[in-house]
Design a protein around this ligand. Sequence first.
Ligand SMILES: [Zn+2]
Length: 288
Amino acid sequence: MDRRDLLKSALVALSLPSLLRGQSDKLTVIDGGGTNVIAFPSTDGLILVDSGAPNNGDRIVAALKTKVITLFNTHYHLDQTGNNERFAAAGAKIIAHAHTRQWMSSDYWVPEQDRYEKARPRAAWPTETFRTTGSFRAGAEQIDYGHLPLAHTDGDIYVFFKTSNVLAAGDVASPLRDPALDSFTGAWIGGRVDAMDILLGLANDQTRIVPGYGPAMTRAEFKAERDLMEEVRTRVWKRTLQGDSPKDMLEGGVLNGLARTWKDPYKFLNDAAKGMFAHHNKLDPAVI
Ligand SMILES: [Zn+2]
């Protein structure tokens, strides 16, 4: 992300609390270094969704003011887990999908940078993991969370502040940045559409859906992104059947005429195509 994008993201993130205010006087969204960090004040301390990007800890802690008792990680990426150690050291419980802890506890390959990312120190790992769903109450607030299989990584989760009607979607919603498919984990575009359908089933017309980056979305805005992803899935699958490479797809205009533009369409198509290879048996009953 270049500096101009970073500034743009910061401004968008700063405007979020006012967007949320209509739904909830409790939840706020703060800038976690270009990413969204959601804070809910329970009587015992803050409940956070995501800990922000590395090196933003001081600013995030200063903005929060209050002790964090529970931190959710929507997935393992550094922009969402970058300050886990800091909150854990201050006593926070960290809840995430079991796969998120697996990625954080092992070295992993970053294909586009041709290097290994080192495993995170144990102090950053989630302290409580789950595989399907979970739920608890914080005062009057009902908090439900659950797995969104293979949408962006293999460990994406939603966190639904049901009473306040605010739904944290992590990078399964991507109104600002190119939708990303971490195909190395098995994430793929069909998984993304299925996960978005799970979220649509949770939301109503008043729900504020908070993505990992960018402004909060209405259900209608989120549905439009889901429908566009479904259209891309159909087009890319057709080209894959024709034997097209991601470069062929791009040059053949597979993304033309859609109601969004990509900053790096080749990267998106490359990841989308790789995900198709891994999940080819789910795409068509005639394919085995
Ligand atoms: Zn991510």
